[in-house]
Structures are given as structure tokens and as C-alpha cells.
Design a protein. Structure first.
Length: 465
């Protein structure tokens, strides 16, 4: 059954990569893949669950005495239905609600002309200069926001600045890389860094001190590479003027500040309340919804403008992208639950046993598998070592080399393939970038930046650790 899961995953992955030649939407493939893997996992429950989670299964059966007379298959299947699928849906729906909330907020700001506050101040029409503005903005935004939200915001800005489809894809690709590298050095910039920070594997000071420079190198090299293809001056972009819609500059500024300020508030909300980020995101969305209702009720506006109320705006959310994300996450959850990811990490430790090579390989794997379960599996394998230990174990103390380098590799490695990170999946959905195009134009530049940044970190260790 494990072999079947692996084969199905790679067939589905290949179908997503070949979306355009086979002319089957990637969302359909991802959704089918996710459901098929869960079916196979359920059919093989009797063989998979006792081998992967014997202790958890035993504890479950002890707390459910009614299953004592059931067959081994029904016992394992019941465990999957009551525990594994509930846990998986809990994790996935948190991500999806977070994503839906962020996309709705960004759309709300956009339809009210809020992003013109930024685009009106970007005067350059030179393609290379604009690329560096986008790279710097994305890199800094991603350190404060998560890379999903940053990518949504920057792609919406991109649409206001660039009209040519091919050039939009080039800029979107560099946004993905900048979002991932920007999140790798910040304790709140990526889910994996949040995990490492909250669990005490790394501290914010050490993360910034040793991962910031490698992250800058990892984005600078691809930017320089892609910049050679962006020459000349951009054509003006034709957009609807919000002045014609009865929305003043002050009102656009208010909407921009409320929307973007609300997005920035989400990680602060999490650190204060310790509630999941989606709660903060939906709180911000609810506040914006109330504000816009009061806004429209307080003034006489044309019916065309009233269509920008939130119930209308939410219809613009790209649901195929949401379903694509759902399918991919469901598939990865099966790989995690069936022990495939943890077995991969264990194999690397046993056969390689070199923290630098292990992390570089884990980063490459994170371009195929979701980096969250990968990092979670690794954290489970290697508990934080006590201070004062020597030898190989010294790499696993708080702020040890292994944990800092893992933060870099897991975050930046996802840029190697467009499906390897939340930022890439979002860009793929919003801009309809196909897998093969990204691999052709961005995998090699991203790999060069990834390896160069890794080299910079290793040099830092030699000089300063």
C-alpha cells in the first residue's frame, strides 16, 4: 500500500506538471489525487496504521472499548476516521480559511482603489528598476506577513503595474522567490520558522543574525538572472479610475490602511492570543465588512459602486485555486500520516549523517512536498539538545547550526518548483502560471540562489560560530 501511495502521488504530480499538454486543469488533478490517496490509505489501514502509529492506535482502542471485538481493519479504519482525517481537516481548513480571508481582504482593498496609494508612488517605468522595487517590497513584506498573504498582495499590485502577460509571469516568479526568502529569516515570516521559534529550537535574534544574509543572497542571484530578460520600458496600464466610482483619495487611503494594517496585525494577534492565525484573519475580515457596510450606508452612491460590497467581492475569489490547495494539502497529509515523510527524514539521517547535506536535501524535498510536515517530522526526530553537549549532538541545541540551517533550507528550497511553497501555489492559481514554464525559467536561477545562500551560511558558521 505504501508503494501504491508513492506511485499515485508521483503520477498525480506529473499530471499537474503536464497540465497544458494533457489539457486537464491542475485543480481537478490535485483534488482527484488527494481523494485517491485517502481512499488507498483507508483501504490499507490494517497494514499501515499499526506499523506507523502503534502506540497511538493502542491508546485509541483503549479509550474505545466498543472496538475490542472489531476486526483489525475496522479498528485501524475507525482510528483514521475519528483521528487522522479530523486532524488533517483541522490543519487544512485553518490554512484554507486563512487563505480565503486574506484573498478577500486584498480583493476588497483592490476594488476600492487602495493599492493605487502604492502604485501612484512607483514612478519608474523601467522594467529592471521596477523588478528591484518589487523584490525589495516583497522581501520585507514577507518578513512581517506570511508568504501566502504577501504573494497575494504583490500580485494584485503587479496587475496594476504590468500589462504584458509574459512579463507578469516573470515578475510573479521573482515574487515567489522573494516571498520565500523573505520569510526564511524572520521568526514570523513562514509557518516553518514560526514552528521552530515557538517550539524554542531557534530564537528571533539568532535567526535574523545568521539567516538574513543567506536569504538576501538567495533572492539577489535569481533577481540578477531574471533582470537580464527585463529590458526597456513598460507600457502604461489601463485601470479604472476610482475617482470615477465616487471614492475619494482619503477613502482609498483609509481602505488601504485598514486592509494592509489588518494583515500585519494577524501575526501580532497570534502572538498575543495564541489562537490560530485564521481566527485573526477572519476577525480582520469581519471588521472590514462592518466598516464597508457603514461606509456604503452613510453616503448616496451609484449602484455600480454598491456592487463592491463584500458579498459581491467574495465572488471574485479564485475557487479553483482554493480547491487545488485543498487537494495538494490532503495528498501531503496522507504522505505524512502513512509515515512516508518521516521515513524519508530518517533515511537521510542514517545514510547521510551530515547536517549540511541533510538540510540541503530537505530543502530540495520541500520543493516537492509541503515543508510544514517535513519540518514537523524532522523536529520530531531531533529534540532540542541540552546546552553543553559536545560532538554531533551540539548541532541540535537551541540556535544550533542544524535548526538555523533548516529554517533557511526549508523556506528557500520551496522556490525550486512552483508547487513547492504556498507562495508558488498562490501565484500558480492567480496568474495561471503552468508548472513547466516555471521550471524552464526559474528552477535554475532559484537553485543557484539557494546553493549560494547555503554557501554563505556555511561560511558564517566557519567564521563566527
Amino acid at each position: 500500500m505504501i508503494t501504491t501511495l508513492i506511485i499515485l502521488f508521483f503520477i498525480g504530480y506529473l499530471a499537474i506538471a503536464l497540465e497544458h499538454p494533457i489539457r486537464i486543469d491542475k485543480s481537478a488533478t490535485a483534488l482527484l489525487l488527494g481523494m485517491l490517496l485517502w481512499i488507498v490509505y483507508a483501504l490499507g489501514a490494517e497494514y499501515i496504521v499499526p506499523n506507523v502509529e502503534p502506540e497511538h492506535l493502542a491508546a485509541y482502542l483503549q479509550s474505545h472499548p466498543r472496538l475490542s471485538d472489531a476486526s483489525p481493519h475496522m479498528q485501524a479504519l475507525s482510528y483514521i476516521l475519528d483521528v487522522k482525517i479530523v486532524e488533517a481537516l483541522g490543519d487544512i481548513t485553518q490554512t484554507l480559511f486563512f487563505l480565503i480571508g486574506a484573498m478577500t481582504i486584498v480583493e476588497l482593498v483592490d476594488v476600492h482603489g487602495g493599492f493605487s496609494i502604492i502604485t501612484d508612488h512607483i514612478k519608474t517605468r523601467r522594467k529592471q528598476a521596477l523588478m528591484w522595487v518589487i523584490v525589495l517590497t516583497t522581501f520585507l513584506f514577507s518578513a512581517v506577513l506570511d508568504n501566502m498573504t504577501t504573494t497575494i498582495v504583490m500580485i494584485m499590485l503587479l496587475r496594476k503595474l504590468v500589462d504584458d502577460r509574459h512579463e507578469q509571469w516573470l515578475y510573479a516568479g521573482i515574487i515567489v522567490i522573494a516571498a520565500n526568502t523573505g520569510g526564511a529569516w524572520s521568526p514570523i515570516g513562514d509557518v516553518t520558522t514560526i514552528m521552530l521559534w515557538v517550539k524554542g529550537n531557534v530564537t528571533a535574534t539568532a535567526l535574523i543574525e545568521f539567516v538574513l544574509l543567506p536569504s538576501i543572497v538567495a533572492v539577489a542571484i535569481p533577481a540578477l538572472w531574471i533582470g537580464t530578460r527585463l529590458k526597456g520600458v513598460l507600457k502604461p496600464v489601463t485601470n479604472i479610475r476610482t475617482d470615477d466610482l465616487g471614492i475619494s483619495h482619503k477613502e482609498r487611503l483609509t481602505m488601504f490602511c485598514l486592509g494592509v494594517g489588518g494583515l500585519i496585525f494577524v501575526p501580532i494577534f497570534k502572538s498575543i492570543t495564541h489562537l490560530p492565525p485564521f481566527v485573526g484573519m477572519l476577525l480582520v475580515l469581519g471588521l472590514l465588512w462592518v466598516y464597508t457596510e457603514i461606509f456604503y450606508n452613510s453616503k448616496m452612491m451609484r449602484e455600480r459602486v454598491k456592487e463592491h460590497r463584500l458579498p459581491q467581492v467574495i465572488k471574485r475569489i479564485d475557487m479553483p485555486s482554493i480547491l487545488f490547495f485543498l487537494g495538494i494539502l490532503m495528498a501531503v497529509q496522507v504522505l505524512d500520516a502513512s509515515g512516508i515523510l518521516s521515513a524519508t527524514a530518517q533515511w537521510l539521517d542514517e545514510k547521510v549523517h551530515n547536517i549540511y547535506v541533510i538540510n540541503i536535501l530537505l530543502g530540495a524535498l520541500s520543493s516537492i512536498f509541503d515543508n510544514v510536515p517535513l519540518v514537523a517530522g524532522v523536529m520530531g526526530m531531533y529534540p532540542v539538545a541540552d546546552p553543553g553537549v559536545v560532538g554531533y549532538a551540539a548541532n541540535f541545541v537551541q540556535d544550533g547550526i542544524f535548526w538555523e540551517f533548516l529554517s533557511y533550507c526549508a523556506g528557500v528550497g520551496g522556490s525550486l518548483l512552483i508547487i513547492g511553497s504556498a507562495a508558488g501555489v498562490i501565484a500558480m492559481g492567480l496568474e495561471k502560471i503552468n508548472f513547466g514554464w516555471y521550471m524552464k525559467h526559474f528552477t535554475l536561477p532559484a537553485l543557484a540562489g539557494y546553493l549560494a545562500g547555503a554557501g554563505v551560511y556555511i561560511l558564517e558558521v566557519i567564521l563566527f560560530k
